[in-house]
Design a protein around this ligand. Structure first.
Ligand code: NAG
Ligand code: NAG
Ligand code: ZN
Length: 394
């Protein structure tokens, strides 16, 4: 959308909780917007819409979208929450862009942490929006909600809004690139295609199931395990802190699923039952928000077998709770989730994530008082044997 790109390329600034709920269409037609309260410079936007024929705006626009949507947003969050949030640069992409996360740190001494990454797959645009929503929610609730206050004292949060920065930016180029999934590294000798599926590149049964060694494939796992700089960044950062991180959440779309380890059908997580219980309870929490049904299970059981995923790698590192979220929708719009679903998709997923995080926190920091086994028994009956029949790779 040229208009949108032009708009962003001119560095119009937005408050932290608004811009990712907007599409260009909305800005253009000026519909009433629940998320718009922070939008500034409306006159400027109207002005820009009249002058958006400017040359080169399209070419450079996609870079600037990232800069304005993500980088500037992160800087603003840090500026507005200087005692709580820092930005940590922890890697470089193939195209030499910085990979950054926001860290919330509230001085607890026991040093446990929660990991969340979004945007490992370029086209899953709802995911980065969710990471931003998640951060905003944390920062808005802890001051008044004693439970959140306690959790943020006891645990640091590491949140990467966009992991696959190159791919994400590329997907913003135009509608021929909108569905790009992989990163942007060149293929091996003799292959003309670019890109490795970062969620097949981790050191977890790498190269075994749910992959293709055709480098043009969307599930090409790379030349070797952890060959990609983006996967290396996560591996180094999380690997160093594996004892500290209690929970690893990686956010994708679409399919409305909560996936637990492992992607390989022959490997079972030692705590699979607990992961299922927590996942099913999170799905219940999600359903309560807007009635959306999420299916819970291992990848081979509810989606497809795969290998080399970051979630499986995290579990192999000894991080006890590892989940993949596949956000809305069920395939009606797929990766191009309409704008009016962005906010509800974030709200419900937040509720699910919060359930998991609360469980993880309480298990570590609150002495057990009784048994939770009866809850699990009833939840099992709600698990649906729904299979995602589509062959779309998410
Ligand atoms: C990234 O930076 C390195 C070191 O400056 C350089 O050698 C390399 O060519 C750059 N890669 C790309 C894709 O620009
Ligand atoms: C790309 O978007 C334009 C404008 O929305 C549309 O007219 C065109 O048909 C789209 N092209 C493709 C390949 O989808
Ligand atoms: Zn994905």
């Amino acid at each position: 959308d040229i208009f949108c790109i032009y708009l962003f390329s001119n560095g119009i600034s937005f408050s932290v909780d608004s811009v990712f709920f907007l599409s260009c269409e909305t800005i253009r037609t000026n519909k009433s917007l629940p998320g718009l309260r922070g939008l500034r410079n409306v006159e400027n936007i109207q002005y820009l819409s009249k002058t958006s024929k400017s040359r080169n705006s399209h070419k450079t626009g996609n870079r600037l979208v990232y800069q304005n949507l993500i980088t500037n947003w992160m800087d603003q969050i840090v500026k507005e929450n200087p005692d709580v949030v820092t930005k940590v640069d922890y890697g470089k992409t193939y195209e030499n862009r910085t990979i950054s996360l926001l860290k919330s740190e509230r001085g607890g001494s026991s040093k446990k942490a929660i990991w969340m990454d979004c945007g490992i797959h370029a086209r899953e645009w709802i995911a980065p929006a969710f990471c931003q929503y998640f951060i905003n929610q944390l920062l808005q609730t802890y001051k008044t909600d004693p439970k959140m206050e306690q959790m943020m004292k006891n645990m640091d949060f590491y949140v990467t809004p966009v992991l696959n920065v190159d791919g994400y930016i590329y997907s913003w180029t135009d509608n021929s690139t909108r569905l790009w999934r992989k990163n942007r590294t060149p293929g091996p000798e003799g292959c003309e295609c670019l890109g490795t599926d970062l969620n097949r590149n981790f050191y977890a049964n790498w190269g075994t199931v749910g992959i293709s060694f055709d480098c043009c494939s969307n599930i090409y796992p790379g030349k070797s395990a952890v060959s990609e700089p983006e996967a290396q960044a996560v591996t180094n950062f999380v690997g160093k802190r594996a004892d500290e991180i209690l929970c690893f959440l990686t956010i994708h779309s679409y399919g409305q699923l909560l996936l637990i380890p492992y992607g390989h059908p022959n490997v079972i997580a030692p705590n699979e039952n607990e992961l299922m219980e927590v996942g099913l309870a999170a799905a219940e929490a999600i359903k309560k928000v807007h009635g959306k049904q999420y299916t819970v299970g291992t990848s081979p059981d509810v989606l497809y077998a795969n290998s080399g995923s970051s979630r499986d790698w995290a579990r192999l590192q000894g991080i006890p709770f590892a989940f993949t979220f596949e956000l809305r929708d069920d395939g009606t719009y797929g990766f191009k989730l309409p704008e009016d679903q962005i906010q509800p998709a974030c709200e419900e997923a937040y509720s699910g994530a919060l359930h998991i995080i609360t469980h993880v926190h309480d298990k570590e920091f609150i002495k057990p008082t009784g048994t939770a086994a009866t809850v699990a028994a009833t939840l099992w009956t709600t698990m649906m044997a729904v299979f995602v029949t589509s062959t779309v790779i998410v």
